[in-house]
Write a protein that binds this ligand. Structure first.
Ligand SMILES: [Zn+2]
Length: 77
């Protein structure tokens, strides 16, 4: 797909990092599959992956965890 941010770069399959803030908690999720722009490195994530990360963050905040670095490959089925 064509990058929405720079409008000139094309994206390719890759991995990226998401920083998620949720009710005062901050989580960093590494190795998240994404479409990454070859030019500006902007990353695009599928709604399925975003939902999975949101669910996981909700679980963690429910346990009282306020910060964590998560390897997506370990939580993905
Ligand atoms: Zn771009």
């Amino acid at each position: 797909m064509l990058c929405i941010t720079c409008k000139t770069g094309k994206t390719k399959k890759g991995k990226s990092v998401i920083t998620l803030q949720k009710s005062g908690a901050i989580f960093v999720i590494k190795n998240v599959p994404a479409q990454v722009c070859r030019q500006c490195r902007e990353a695009y994530f599928s709604s399925e992956i975003t939902a999975k990360i949101q669910d996981f963050a909700t679980k963690l905040t429910g346990l009282g965890i306020e910060t964590a670095v998560i390897n997506f490959e370990k939580i993905a089925d």
